[in-house]
Design a protein around this ligand. Structure first.
Ligand code: ATP
Length: 306
């Protein structure tokens, strides 16, 4: 049995830290949007079984990018093991093939979306033993962004990423995503934020709640200009000063006509939002490509079914 699934990237239209839990995890308030830049994940299982002996006798993983680990460190592989453990299902062999287009360690959920695709794909192949909510619970143990990648579309994300509220997606627009230079380690970026924001003690840091509600009302009204005026990413304050390439990308996007340009997640990828059909997104793509910076033209995706 074989299935091929699209695994789309995400951007953060808003990303703020609201505090730290006693276990050290950061709580966030954010808005994530699925975009059309995607990997594809193909799963093939032989001799599936549905009794509780569970697991795959063998798992193999191939990936078109040599930079991604092709073994048990890969989040897609770990997602398969987590699915088998949660359901008691198994098979003789599982092969996973990832066609990589999403830049890695870039703040675009490259690993998380592959994991989500494996969970969704295996669930489908085994006749949907898990509900979407149960899949999200399994996914959360693999990474904070996995539940979002399972649901997709546009979501307010709170808690450590597990509390999601579906909202109106971005109005029609063009996006350019670019990523140059080394990847950013998300734990290192959080550490820098802790130092800057007094460990997110309520006395030291006030979350940007009003700005978030302005952005949400812009989304509800489908007002692209107002939306672009209220995008926010706290990680920019600690990542951009260290990243001249990302700063340069942001400047190029804005100079080419982006309504706004902002880092996604903990970076260093940067996205620009452009009006549809006026050629400015293509101008930005040409300017970035000329400078040797990998860049992709894409658009928001309303929901994973579309
Ligand atoms: P997020 O936006 O969720 O914080 P990210 O885009 O910053 O994620 P990833 O692309 O998920 O980061 O990559 C982070 C690390 O995970 C990389 O160092 C990479 O080697 C590892 N990794 C494991 N599995 C995968 C996968 N399937 N795809 C991409 N990276 C993976």
């Amino acid at each position: 049995m074989r299935i091929t699934i699209t695994a789309p990237a995400k951007i953060n239209l808003f990303l703020d830290v609201t505090g730290r839990r006693p276990d050290g995890y950061h709580t966030i308030a954010g808005v994530m949007q699925t975009i059309s830049l995607c990997d594809t994940v193909t799963l093939e299982i032989t001799e599936p079984v549905d009794h509780a002996s569970a697991g795959a006798e063998s798992i193999t993983l191939t990936c078109t990018s040599p930079d991604i680990p092709a073994d048990g460190r890969n989040l897609a592989w770990r997602a398969a093991e987590a699915f088998f453990a949660a359901t008691g299902r198994g098979c003789k062999s599982l092969s996973i093939h990832i066609e990589k287009h999403i830049p890695a360690a870039a703040g675009m959920a490259g690993g998380s979306t592959n994991a989500a695709a494996v969970l969704t794909g295996l669930n489908h192949l085994y006749g949907n033993p898990l509900t979407t909510e149960a899949l999200c619970e399994v996914g959360l143990k693999l990474g904070a962004d996995v539940p979002f990648c399972i649901k997709g579309g546009a979501q307010i994300t709170e808690g450590v990423g597990e509390i999601m509220t579906s909202i109106t997606p971005m109005p029609p627009c063009e996006l350019v995503v670019a990523c140059g230079g080394e990847g950013v380690s998300t734990p290192a970026a959080y550490k820098a934020l802790d130092a800057l924001c007094g460990n997110f003690d309520p006395a030291a840091y006030t979350p940007h709640a009003e700005e978030l509600s302005t952005l949400l009302s812009a989304l509800r009204q489908g007002d692209l200009t107002a939306l672009c005026e209220s995008t926010f990413n706290l990680f920019e304050t600690v990542v951009l000063p260290e990243r001249p390439v990302a700063r340069g990308i942001k400047e190029t996007l804005l100079a080419s006509g982006a309504i706004t340009a902002m880092m996604s997640g903990s970076g260093p990828s940067v996205f620009g939002v452009f009006p549809k059909g006026d050629g400015s997104a293509q101008k930005a793509l040409a300017a970035l490509t000329e400078r040797g910076i990998p860049a992709w033209g894409c658009e928001p995706v309303e929901n994973l079914g579309s």
